[in-house]
Design a protein around this ligand. Structure first.
Ligand code: TMP
Length: 236
């Protein structure tokens, strides 16, 4: 399968159409943005690392009953995926208070949430991805109530699977963001799962191992991403 035409260029990836309308190729870039594009930069080799991590996690989820868009890893930066009509809802799952949960509601950073919190955000950069509930999503025509129930059920299942996966690799899964899309009659998990879209804290030291190092100029960004890849893939 080959890249035929650029379909969409996002902040971290390009999506290309292929000769078969059922498939696209996601190309992972090194570009990094934060706070909805207000901070811009680049993380050396990020595209390669995030593709490698995603290409391990999507099959793991797939094998455990979560349907995804993943087909195969084509190269260092390229992933072959099923074409998705993206649902403009970002689903965030939180196990530990961090980021906007702390800012918005006054939780202490690091507070453990007894039950995971699932949040919905409108995927719209011009509006700064506002937090919303299912009533907003339905009123906006983004999805039906039963589809939103499916997204939330998948999000909870993905959280259980990933929490366990990362704990075995000495990483605490603090929170993460998911995107879904429609492929024919099916709803599939799309996008990527990587240190760009998750918060990981080292289980022993609490050290931040994700894009927060870039967001808040903590240094050691490339090393943190490489370490997550190492733990996920179990390679050097
Ligand atoms: P937040 O605490 O900033 O709301 O982020 C929650 C999680 O979602 C965190 O793991 C980072 C991820 N995330 C994205 O992947 N894309 C985004 O645009 C935002 C705001 C967060």
């Amino acid at each position: 399968m080959k890249k035929e035409r650029l379909l969409h260029e996002g902040k971290a990836k390009k999506v290309f159409l292929t000769e078969d309308a059922n498939f696209v190729i996601q190309e992972f870039k090194d570009d990094a943005t934060a706070f909805n594009n207000k901070k811009k930069g680049s993380i050396v080799n990020k595209g390669v690392v995030n593709n490698a991590i995603s290409c391990k996690l999507f099959p793991y989820l797939q094998e455990n009953g979560v349907p995804t868009h993943f087909v195969e890893k084509l190269s260092d930066r390229d992933m072959l995926c099923k074409y998705l009509d993206i649902i403009k809802i970002e689903v965030v799952v939180r196990n530990v208070a961090a980021g906007s949960l702390v800012r918005r509601y006054g939780f202490s950073e690091g507070a453990v949430l007894d039950d995971p919190i699932i949040e919905l955000y409108l995927k719209d950069d011009d509006l700064d991805d506002p937090l919303m509930n299912e009533h907003h999503a339905i009123a906006l025509g983004l999805a039906s109530y039963s589809e939103i129930e499916i997204l939330q059920a998948y999000a909870a299942r993905i959280n259980s699977l990933l929490k366990e996966f990362f704990a075995q690799r000495k990483l605490r899964l603090v929170d993460f963001k998911l995107e879904f899309g429609r492929h024919g009659e099916e709803i599939l998990l799309g996008d990527e799962i990587s240190p760009d879209t998750c918060r990981f804290w080292d289980l022993d030291t609490g050290e931040k191992m994700d894009k927060d190092r870039f967001r808040f100029d903590l240094g050691g960004v490339e090393d943190a991403y490489a370490e997550v890849r190492h733990r996920v893939l179990g390679e050097d």
